[in-house]
Ligand binder design. Structure first.
Ligand SMILES: Cc1cc2nc3c(=O)[nH]c(=O)nc-3n(C[C@H](O)[C@H](O)[C@H](O)COP(=O)(O)O)c2cc1C
Length: 220
């Protein structure tokens, strides 16, 4: 295990808000001496299931997402942390991100990826209400818990609609500052502060939606 942090962006929009937030977050991590590896879930086809060989010759697949996925899994295996930078799409995560999480969960279950990872969520949406993030928070928090990883914080930014809004409204600066908090936090010892229904921007984390005490579904 080293100080590598894997950042997974999840928007099909090039140079969009998530890319800008992730770049700002990464810049600060690099300044702090962390190694980073950035992947875009949208380079990974949500439809690229290994079972597709039942329908057509595997060699005929039109993308190289399998090689991309192998690299991602190797990097996560070595990494200390995993950070998602994903937009709200229809009150949840984009399908490509869910597909990538499916693959990561399988790799954890099979033992291909092991070890506890510190995680964070960076997300943005166009609307102004914090409840718009409920779907993404629910998925993120439950997946992290199911994998046996640790949630070290969430940066949820509302009112970002157009492609470069993250730069215009100071959100990229929020992501930069969030990297400081992420790097400084010792996830073993610190408890997450609980946010309220107030302004979303700048919070390290907001209250968890997890209210069950069941063990992970993944290992049952
Ligand atoms: C297909 C699609 C669905 C979206 N769904 C929502 C939504 O449910 N709520 C919301 O507030 N914003 C929604 N948005 C807006 C995006 O969350 C917002 O534009 C965000 O900044 C996009 O990030 P990006 O630039 O990294 O792609 C949606 C955008 C798209 C393209």
């Amino acid at each position: 295990m080293n100080n590598k942090i894997v950042i997974i962006t999840g928007s099909p929009r090039r140079r969009g808000n998530c890319s800008r937030l992730a770049a700002s977050f990464e810049k600060r991590l690099n300044e702090l001496g962390c190694e980073t590896a950035v992947y875009n879930a949208c380079s990974f086809s949500a439809c690229d299931w290994s079972g597709s060989g039942a329908y057509f010759n595997d060699a005929d697949r039109s993308d190289d997402s399998e090689a991309y996925l192998e690299l991602l899994k190797k990097d996560i295996g070595e990494a200390h942390g995993v950070v998602l930078a994903v937009p709200v799409y229809v009150y949840g995560m984009p399908a490509q991100v869910l597909a990538m999480l499916d693959k990561i969960a399988s790799a954890v279950k099979s033992g291909e990826i092991s070890g506890r990872k510190r995680c964070a969520l960076i997300s943005c949406c166009a609307q102004k209400k914090i409840s718009v993030f409920n779907g993404i928070k629910f998925t993120y928090e439950h997946v992290v818990k199911a994998l046996g990883w640790e949630n070290s914080g969430e940066l949820l930014l509302t009112s970002l609609w157009k492609r470069s809004d993250a730069d215009k409204h100071g959100a990229a600066d929020e992501a930069y500052a969030f990297a400081d908090k992420f790097a400084a936090q010792d996830a073993e010892e610190k408890k997450m502060p609980v946010d309220t229904e107030g302004p979303v921007n700048g919070g390290l984390t907001v209250s968890s939606l997890i209210n069950d005490t069941l063990p992970s579904w993944l290992f049952e």
